[in-house]
Design a protein around this ligand. Structure first.
Ligand code: NAD
Length: 436
C-alpha cells in the first residue's frame, strides 16, 4: 500500500485519486477550491463522470480516500505527491505553467521529509526540471526529494475504465527511489499485464504530447478527406471504414465532422508546436492539423447557409454543447464557436445538452436553454446536431420535424444519412457524404 497526496481534484486528479484509492492505496486529495472540497466531503461531485460518485463514496467509506484544502495535511499523510492541476493554453498558445509551478513552490515550502513528486498534469518537456528547481528554492532547509513524470491518458466520459484498464502506463524517472515508488503504485496494473513504458522524465513528458498530437492529426486528416469527398462526390464514412479495416491504420479517430475540441487536444497541439519552435525545429504536420480543425466551424456555417441562406432573425436549435458525449466539459468545445458565429449572423439559439447546460449557461447566459431535443426544436428554422450524445442518435424525426418551422437539419457528427432524412422530408447536410 502506498500513501499518496493528489493535488488538484479536477477531471484528472479526482478520477486518479479515487481509482488509486480503489487500487488499495491511501489517497489524500487536496484542492484550493474550498467549495469543491466541502462538496466532495458530502459526496457531491464537482464534475460529471459516469461511475465517479459511487467510486468516491465506496473508497471514502472504506477509509482510503480523504479530501482536504490543506496541502500540509495532504503531505503529512502522502509519501508520493501527484501534481494534477490545470495547464491551460496561454494567449500565445504555450502551456501556462502558473498553477504547476505554484504547487511546486508550495510543496517546497511545506516539505519536512523526503517525498517523491510526480507530475501528472500535461507539461512541456523540461517542466520537471523547473519543478525541481522551484521546490529546492522554496525549501526552508535542504531535504532530498525525487521526481517522476506520469502523464495521464484517461478520456473524459470513460475515465474510470481508462484509468483502471489503461492501454499503457507511462513513467519517467531519474532515480531508483522514484522508480520504486511508481512501480509500487501501479503494481495492481502489472498484475493485469498492463504494459508499463518506462523512460527518462523528458521522454515521458513528450510521449503525452506526441500521442495527443497524433490523434489530432488523425482527426484532421479524415476531416480534410471529408472536405475532399464533398468536393468530388465521394462518401467519407465508407472511406473511413475501408481505411480503418487496414490494421496499420486502425478504425479509431476516423470519424469526420466538426473536429476536435475539449481541454486537451487543442491546447496540447498548440503546446507541442511551441515546444518544437523553442527547440529550433518544427511540427509542421501538427500545425496543418490545427489549421484544418480551426476552419471546420466555418465549414459548418457554410452548410447552415446552404439550408438557410439568411440566418438573421431565424431560430436555430443546437443539440449538444459539450465537446464530446458523456461529459459536461465545454472547454474549447466546437459548440462555443458555432454559437458565436450563429449569433453574429443574427440567429436566436435554442439549445439542449443532457449534462453540460449549467456549465454553458455560465459563459453564454442569454441562449434559450431547453428541456430536451424536441423542446429545442420548437419553432426552429434549422436544427444542428453538434455533439453525438446517444439520446440524439435515435431521434423521432417525425416529432422533431413537426416541432420545427421547416425541416432543415445540419448533422455535424454524421449520425444520420441522406436517405433516412429525405424519408422524413428534411433538407439535410452533413460532412463528406454523398446523397445516394
Ligand atoms: P481541471 O481544471 O478539471 O482541475 C484542476 C484542479 O486543480 C481544480 O480543481 C483546481 O481548483 C485545482 N488546483 C489548481 N491550483 C491548485 C493548487 N495550487 N492547489 C490545489 N489544487 C489546485 O483540470 P483537468 O482537466 O483535471 O486537467 C489537469 C491536467 O491533466 C492538465 O494538465 C490536463 O492537460 C491533463 N489531462 C487532462 C485530461 C482530461 O481529459 N481532462 C486528460 C489527460 C490529461
Amino acid at each position: 500500500m502506498s500513501r499518496i497526496c493528489m493535488i488538484g481534484t479536477g477531471y484528472v486528479g479526482l478520477v486518479s485519486g479515487a481509482c488509486l484509492a480503489d487500487f488499495g492505496h491511501e489517497v489524500w486529495c487536496v484542492d484550493i477550491d474550498a467549495q469543491r472540497i466541502a462538496d466532495l466531503k458530502k459526496n457531491i461531485m464537482p464534475i460529471y463522470e459516469p461511475g465517479l460518485e459511487d467510486l468516491v463514496r465506496k473508497n471514502v467509506a472504506d477509509g482510503r480516500l480523504f479530501f482536504t484544502t490543506s496541502l500540509a495535511e495532504g503531505m503529512e499523510h502522502g509519501d508520493v505527491i501527484f501534481i494534477a492541476v490545470q495547464t491551460p493554453m496561454s494567449e500565445t498558445g504555450e502551456a501556462d505553467l502558473t498553477h504547476v509551478l505554484k504547487v511546486a513552490e508550495d510543496i517546497g515550502r511545506t516539505m519536512t521529509r523526503p517525498h517523491v513528486v510526480v507530475t501528472k498534469s500535461t507539461v512541456p518537456v523540461g517542466t520537471s526540471r523547473r519543478v525541481r528547481e522551484t521546490i529546492a528554492a522554496a525549501q526552508r532547509e535542504p531535504i532530498p526529494f525525487y521526481l517522476a513524470s506520469n502523464p495521464e491518458f484517461l478520456r473524459e466520459g470513460s475515465s474510470i475504465e481508462d484509468f483502471m484498464r489503461p492501454d499503457r502506463v507511462v513513467i519517467g524517472t531519474d532515480s531508483p527511489e522514484a522508480e520504486k515508488a511508481m512501480r509500487e503504485i501501479y503494481r495492481p496494473l502489472y498484475l493485469l499485464e498492463t504494459p508499463i513504458v518506462h523512460g527518462s522524465i523528458e521522454t515521458a513528458e513528450l510521449i503525452k504530447y506526441a500521442s495527443n498530437a497524433f490523434l489530432a492529426v488523425k482527426i484532421s486528416f479524415i476531416n480534410e478527406i471529408a472536405l475532399l469527398a464533398d468536393a468530388v462526390g465521394a462518401d467519407v464514412a465508407t472511406i473511413a471504414r475501408a481505411m480503418g479495416l487496414d490494421r496499420r491504420i486502425g478504425p479509431k479517430f476516423l470519424h469526420a465532422g466538426l473536429g476536435y475540441g475539449g481541454s486537451c487536444l487543442p491546447k496540447d497541439t498548440n503546446a507541442i508546436v511551441h515546444i518544437a519552435r523553442q527547440a529550433g525545429t518544427r511540427m509542421s504536420i501538427v500545425e496543418a492539423a490545427i489549421a484544418v480543425n480551426a476552419k471546420l466551424p466555418e465549414v459548418a456555417m457554410a452548410k447552415a447557409r446552404e439550408l438557410l441562406p439568411d440566418l438573421s432573425g431565424k431560430t436555430v436549435a443546437l443539440l449538444g454543447l459539450s465537446f464530446k458525449p458523456n461529459t459536461d466539459d465545454i472547454r474549447d468545445a466546437p459548440s462555443r464557436k458555432l454559437v458565436a458565429m450563429l449569433r453574429d449572423a443574427g440567429a436566436t439559439l435554442r439549445v439542449h445538452d443532457p449534462v453540460a447546460m449549467d456549465n454553458f449557461r455560465r459563459v453564454e447566459p442569454d441562449l434559450v436553454y431547453c428541456d430536451g431535443p424536441y423542446d429545442a426544436a420548437g419553432g426552429a428554422d434549422l436544427a444542428v446536431l453538434v455533439t453525438e450524445w446517444n439520446q440524439y442518435r435515435q431521434l423521432d424525426l417525425e416529432r422533431l420535424g413537426a416541432a420545427m418551422n421547416g425541416r432543415r437539419f445540419l448533422d455535424c457528427r454524421n449520425v444520420y444519412d441522406h436517405g433516412m432524412m429525405a424519408e422524413h422530408g428534411f433538407d439535410y447536410r452533413c460532412f463528406g457524404r454523398t446523397r445516394s
